[in-house]
Design a protein around this ligand. Structure first.
Ligand SMILES: [Zn+2]
Length: 74
């Protein structure tokens, strides 16, 4: 699973590994497997780990739902 951490909008969205929204590489202010000025994409083993990461570190962030890969959003 991937956690998209977006600092400017204070929003965290969980994505499946094969979601088409996962970027192929780093961008200027956001990177894969790390955080830059605007956040980043963190890779977690599974949905439980992703939710734990969200609850422990981004509790004050809004939880976003991906309409492409998150079945709970449908
Ligand atoms: Zn997705």
């Amino acid at each position: 699973m991937w956690l998209n951490v977006d600092i400017p909008t204070k929003k965290v969205t969980i994505h499946e590994d094969d979601c088409s929204y996962i970027p192929k590489g780093n961008s200027r202010y956001k990177k894969l497997n790390g955080l830059l000025r605007d956040g980043g994409w963190l890779h977690l083993k599974n949905r439980e780990e992703a939710l734990l990461e969200y609850e422990h570190n981004y509790r004050e962030y809004e939880r976003g739902y991906c309409f492409t890969c998150d079945t709970s959003a449908k």
